[in-house]
Design a protein around this ligand. Structure first.
Ligand code: SOE
Length: 382
């Protein structure tokens, strides 16, 4: 008999409802509770989202029937909330970044290991089936030796100086913005697919809008486009809109990434090109069902997502036949399938297939070294 696992979601900005929708698409999981900053908002959002119970955070933790808590709040809350969830004996899925400071993430990794509870960080972009296919192809030798890596992650939702969000405020978001928010996904995928470790970074940041016009009422991620021009206040901006980082890897190869949140027309585009001794892979998250495979000795190839054309280890992330496109919402669904399989066993697997708190810590360390490199304008070791 299959047991239904019960989940709570904390936070209802852009990503909380995405977690909810993904959870509703996997079997034997029920989202029973929603948490917000005040009871009135929790009630209102729970009703709108069709979630039966609404709580403040501490009251939710006291509910014995809740097995898993998804932390979908602004970054500065991740550490204290993830810690409290683990101490309450519940499994936790935390949004990235795992924390804003390395020592906090270290504490969470240690605590999670001590409790044995399932811990995951929502690096969901790993779960595009094509990303896993690239990893498996590389493991099977189809890429060859990695020569170089070139990545970019471009968005335009902060393009105008009137675009505003809590991510622009370091006390809520941390000292880095573009690198922490989207560079972290790209760097995670880079190491995940290639199996290489970044050993040194050299970064150069720019803040295109040195000041922005902050709306006098709160708004949610991506929703700023719907505002009008009234009621703004000019505020200084101290985090990067754009960053370029040179990378050195542990096999001696080199690479670079560019991330930007002010590139008009690039809505949410992660692009990675990995040049190997046998092939060249190029993946673009705005066309996630395709992979370009560059060849020297014959015509280049275009692989379309199709379980019958994929390696078995990657086809497990596909739910629909070829030609039936899957995209961003499916990544979280596929990730949660793996996380909840672990939850059903009651403990973190030794070799988790999903991104763990240890992966969250790794991205914080790389991110902090990148910030340091930009400050010093020098190479920094990881
Ligand atoms: C906002 O920039 C954001 O929502 C990121 O926080 C996500 O991780 C990314 O998936 C899309 O953009």
């Amino acid at each position: 008999m299959s047991q239904t696992l019960k989940a709570a979601i904390v936070g209802t900005g852009f990503i909380g409802p995405a977690h909810l929708e993904a959870l509703r698409r996997i079997p034997n999981v029920e989202v029973v509770a929603l948490v917000e900053v005040n009871q009135e908002l929790a009630n209102e959002k729970a009703k709108a989202l069709g979630i039966p119970r609404a709580y403040l955070f501490d009251d939710m933790l006291k509910q014995d029937d809740i097995d898993v808590v998804h932390i979908c709040t602004p970054n500065f809350l991740h550490f204290s909330q993830a810690k409290a969830v683990l101490l309450a004996g519940k499994h936790v899925v935390c949004e990235k970044p795992l924390a804003v400071k390395i020592h906090e993430a270290e504490e969470l990794v240690k605590l999670a290991a001590e409790t044995g509870l399932v811990n995951a960080v929502h690096f969901n972009l790993r779960y595009y089936p094509m990303v896993r296919q690239m990893k498996v192809m590389r493991e099977k030798g189809e890429l060859g030796e990695v020569y170089s890596i070139m990545g970019s992650y471009l968005q335009d939702w902060l393009f105008l100086n009137t675009d505003y969000n809590w991510r622009l405020e370091p006390d809520k978001s941390g000292d880095s913005r573009a690198i922490a928010d989207i560079g972290s996904h790209l760097l995670d995928i880079t190491e995940y697919v290639t199996g290489l470790k970044i050993t040194e970074v050299m970064a150069d940041f720019s803040t295109v809008h040195k000041t922005r016009l902050k709306p006098l009422k709160p708004i949610e991620t991506y929703s700023g486009k719907m505002l009008t021009m009234d009621d703004y206040q000019e505020v200084p901006i101290n985090t990067e809109d754009h960053a370029t980082v040179l990378l050195r890897f542990d096999n001696g190869s080199k690479g670079s990434i560019t991330v930007s949140q002010v590139n008009a027309g690039r809505k949410n585009r992660l692009n990675i090109e990995i040049a190997g001794s046998k092939s060249n892979f190029e993946f673009n998250s705005e066309r996630p069902n395709e992979l370009w495979i560059g060849k020297r000795e014959k015509a280049n190839e275009q692989l379309m997502k199709d379980p019958s054309l994929f390696h078995r280890e990657a086809s497990s992330l596909i739910s629909f036949p070829g030609g039936h496109n899957e995209g961003f919402p499916d990544t979280s669904k596929q990730m949660f399938k793996e996380v909840y399989a672990a939850v059903a066993t009651g403990k973190q697997p030794e070799n988790a297939t999903f991104p763990t708190f240890a992966d969250g810590l790794r991205e914080l360390i790389i991110g902090e070294r990148i910030v340091e490199s930009n400050k010093k304008q020098a190479w920094v070791k990881i």
